[in-house]
Design a protein around this ligand. Structure first.
Ligand SMILES: [Cu+2]
Length: 164
């Protein structure tokens, strides 16, 4: 083997070594880690939009039933409005075994009757108040976070990934 091929082989082995090390470290940070305590700051919010019939015609299609959507017909000045209730964020992703803390602030709407499928049968969020929930995400899957008052839009997802 020429000195050049030996140098080439040595560089190749160093690269392989770095790769294996990186993979091992990645495992430590991923599936190998223990459960964490995760805190999410959520809000009950109501985005709104408005337009004038002079610039944008009033929509000719109805929105789904339920308290989650409202389309207000043009007023005397021709201004119409649309609004929806929602949770922010719409999706929370944790890993099985994590302790999940939710701090939910009521910003819009006087009261929301919430629930988290399989985890929290019922909770209330009121405007100006912080609702604190805490649970261990011990069952993997996708679970709905709903507000019974403002369906279908005020729905989010709790995603619990299986621990590898
Ligand atoms: Cu609501």
């Amino acid at each position: 083997m020429s000195p050049k091929s030996i140098r080439y082989l040595a560089s190749f082995l160093v690269l392989v070594g770095v790769g294996v090390l990186a993979m091992a470290c990645g495992d430590d940070e991923g599936g190998g880690r223990g459960p964490l305590t995760r805190t999410f700051y959520m809000e009950a919010i109501e985005p709104k939009g408005s337009a004038s019939v002079e610039n944008e015609p009033f929509p000719d299609t109805a929105l789904p039933d339920g308290g989650g959507y409202a389309l207000k017909e043009p007023n005397a000045e021709g201004k119409w409005e649309v609004e929806t209730y929602t949770w922010n964020p719409k999706q929370i992703v944790v890993t099985e075994g994590d302790t999940v803390n939710l701090e939910i602030l009521g910003v819009n709407g006087s009261k929301h009757d919430g629930s988290i499928e399989e985890y929290v049968p019922g909770f209330v969020v009121e405007r100006g108040k912080l609702t604190r929930l805490s649970f261990v995400a011990d069952e993997p899957g996708v679970f709905k976070i709903s507000c019974a008052t403002h369906l279908p839009s005020m729905t989010a997802e709790l995603v619990v990934l299986p621990r590898g």
